[in-house]
Design a protein around this ligand. Structure first.
Ligand SMILES: *Cc1c(COP(=O)(O)O)cnc(C)c1O
Length: 392
């Protein structure tokens, strides 16, 4: 079966999936695969998780959508729980990571506009957002421009919106000049996902946040990928120490049902007023019911500890093989990058043939983003396939 007429901008493998259970999925021929990808960090509870299935079916009998003109019971319940767990004051719900980031960009711009006038630092020109090289922030025009990688700014989609500036993670010199009166925000991932699973040094991140705040700018943590337990805590900014005013998150938030969120607090909590930003579908009862179920499972005792345990099991097992073609294993929690000697795309393809789903991040980096509930047995089965296809 081919890809039919679905706009296929990812490039496609010749496989058609039908169902899954836990961290195992099956194609239409009944062939089994271990899932080390989780739909790109989305299926955080794996496949067919009873809590998520129940949340979907129960909510479907009540209400799937009601306009944002009104509140829904589950929307109120979930947002309260999320804000309490994260320590934020307010939340905007959209339907994807890029939308969450668009909301954060608008929030930062309006904050800069108001703050520049009020404080006299920057006036109405306090609009520039500093992001990092090798970052990834989404596929809308604004979030593409926020993305600090030239390959994401092809001429064919120009003109791009202005107002972004890039610095290199770890570059202390850059911190001296990157921020000025015109800066309204620093926006950064806590671990760069699409850019290569790059860890950000904590000391540097804190210095960057402090340089931003010195000119009255805010800090936005793009936790679209790192958020919702992926790195072993609810949000990665908890351990990075940057204390963001704004967090964006999406991928795993509702376990596979599309949803994004922009959480904000403190001095930006009253920046958005009615009419400033909105979404028709954003935070509808079905999505909130799923996100509520996901958060309940994550807040159960031992959930994050298990993420750390599984990450250790994967990394220490691969290290113990001492394979000459494995150059480096890095990551945080279940966001793991493995540099290899050889083509990552080739290994990815071979692994698929043998029954293991994974991703790549660049020509020589394999990327694992398994469900956060993956079992030891599924890890071992997946790693056995990996070892076979690495064959070095
Ligand atoms: C995936 C991702 C996005 C974009 O999310 P979409 O849901 O695809 O719009 C933005 N930022 C980061 C860090 C991501 O990993």
């Amino acid at each position: 079966m081919s890809g039919g007429n679905i706009a296929n901008n990812f490039g496609s493998f010749d496989v058609v999936f039908e169902k899954g259970q836990g961290s195992t999925v099956y194609d239409i021929n009944g062939k089994k695969y271990i899932d080390f990808l989780a739909g790109i960090a989305v299926n955080c509870l794996g496949h067919n998780h009873p809590s998520l299935v129940k949340a979907i079916s129960d909510q479907a009998t009540k209400q799937i959508h009601i306009s944002n003109y009104y509140n829904s019971d589950i929307g109120l319940k979930y947002s309260e729980k999320l804000l309490k767990a994260s320590g934020f004051d307010k939340v905007y719900f959209g339907n994807s990571g890029a939308e969450a980031n668009e909301a954060a960009i608008k929030l930062a711009r309006k904050y800069g506009y108001l703050e520049g006038e009020k404080s006299g630092i920057g006036g109405k020109n306090k609009k520039t957002i500093v992001t990092l090289e090798k970052s990834f922030h989404g596929r809308t025009l604004n979030t593409l421009k926020a993305t600090g990688q030239e390959v994401f700014h092809p001429e064919c989609f120009a003109p791009y919106p202005d107002g972004f500036k890039y610095i290199k993670a770890g570059d202390y010199e850059a911190l001296k000049t990157a921020f000025d009166e015109s800066t309204c925000a620093l926006m950064m991932e806590c671990v760069q996902g699409e850019g290569g699973v790059n860890l950000i040094d904590k000391e540097w991140a804190m210095a960057a946040a402090s340089a931003a705040r010195k000119v009255g700018a805010i800090v936005i943590a793009d936790e679209v990928q790192t958020g919702m337990g992926r790195t072993g805590s609810l949000f990665a900014s908890e351990w990075l120490g940057i204390e963001p005013e704004v967090i964006t998150t999406a991928k795993g938030i509702a376990g596979g049902v599309p949803m994004g969120a922009c959480l904000y607090r403190g001095k930006v909590k009253d920046v958005f007023v009615a009419g400033d930003h909105q979404s028709t579908f954003g935070g509808n009862p079905l999505a909130c019911s799923c996100a509520n179920a996901v958060l309940d499972v994550m807040l159960e005792k031992g959930f994050f500890e298990n993420v750390v345990h599984s990450a250790d099991r994967i990394c220490s097992t691969i290290r113990s093989w001492n394979l000459p073609c494995v150059k480096e294993i890095r990551g945080k929690g279940l966001m793991i990058g493995i540099d290899i000697d050889g083509s990552s795309a080739e290994i990815q393809k071979k692994a698929l043939d043998q029954g293991l789903l994974m991703s790549t991040a660049g020509k020589n980096t394999l990327r694992f983003l398994p469900p956060l509930v993956i079992t030891d047995q599924e890890i071992d089965e997946g790693l056995a396939i990996l070892k076979k296809v690495l064959s070095c």
